[in-house]
Design a protein around this ligand. Structure first.
Ligand SMILES: CCCCCCCC/C=C\CCCCCCCC(=O)SCCNC(=O)CCNC(=O)[C@H](O)C(C)(C)COP(=O)(O)OP(=O)(O)OC[C@H]1O[C@@H](n2cnc3c(N)ncnc32)[C@H](O)[C@@H]1OP(=O)(O)O
Length: 204
């Protein structure tokens, strides 16, 4: 990462706005009538205050995803739908590398619900794809793309409970990298995933 392309205050405002969108997205699904109106009014007031008085956000955390100019000279915004704090579709996640193992945590709210109380299976696959991609990326110099991903749903994956995703590389064979991992709720393995990541053929 090199030069930033907007002020810290503007990046903070953008991430605050994304947080507002996340709270509204949840509120729209678990509130009705006056409760929903109260939430909307509160969030709109917060946005107005943040826009009119920049000191309103002085105590906010440092922005985690400020746009930057890449080494190749492009203005870059992290658009990632799992990790970007600036993308309201992304839940808030932590990612840590511990040797060859990548661990990611998050708690999913109602916008990610499939069956009542359970995470939508497709979103569980998104989380595993992402954590496994990080495990693969940490072992390679080159970019790689998910070629296949097999998901096994063993137990219900709960909404509103902290989830831990882990991923590790199991084999590297030329352009092919195999990885496997799981999602746990507490000590219970709820979802397993394994897949293949392939680096594009070098240009000849
Ligand atoms: C400074 C750097 C900082 C980095 C960090 C920045 C932070 C940014 C954060 C985040 C960024 C992104 C986060 C992403 C996260 C999730 C990843 C995704 O969502 S990826 C998108 C979805 N996937 C695609 O769009 C791929 C679509 N597919 C393709 O483009 C091609 O298929 C491609 C390039 C992957 C491979 O194509 P081919 O034509 O080169 O090769 P083929 O025919 O597929 O086969 C390759 C080998 O694999 C075997 N193979 C294929 N399928 C297999 C299978 N199911 N099992 C076993 N082998 C298989 C084949 O037999 C072949 O093997 P033999 O080379 O002959 O030995």
């Amino acid at each position: 990462m090199s030069d930033l392309v907007e002020s810290r205050a503007d990046s903070t405002l953008a991430e605050f706005t994304a947080d507002v969108c996340r709270r509204l997205a949840s509120g729209l699904l678990d509130r009705t009538g006056d409760d929903l109106r109260d939430l909307v009014a509160q969030e709109v007031d917060g946005l107005r205050a943040a826009l009119s008085d920049p000191s309103f956000l002085d105590t906010a955390d440092a922005p985690s995803d400020p746009p930057f100019v890449s080494p190749k000279g492009y203005t870059t915004i992290n658009t990632n739908p799992v990790t970007s704090r600036r993308n309201p579709l992304a839940p808030l996640v932590t990612i840590e590398h511990d040797g060859d193992v990548v661990e990611m945590t998050t708690t999913l709210s109602l916008p990610y619900q499939g069956p009542r109380g359970r995470v939508h299976g497709g979103y569980a696959a998104v989380l595993l794809d992402h954590v496994l991609w990080h495990a693969v990326r940490s072992r390679l110099d080159s970019v790689s793309f998910t070629r296949s991903l097999t998901i096994t749903y063993e137990q219900a994956l709960p909404i509103g409970t902290e989830l831990t995703m882990t991923g590790r590389v199991t084999e590297i064979d030329g352009r092919k990298t195999f990885a496997a991992g799981e999602i746990k709720a507490g000590d219970v393995v709820c979802v397993r995933g394994e897949g293949l990541w392939v680096s594009p053929r070098p240009r000849t």
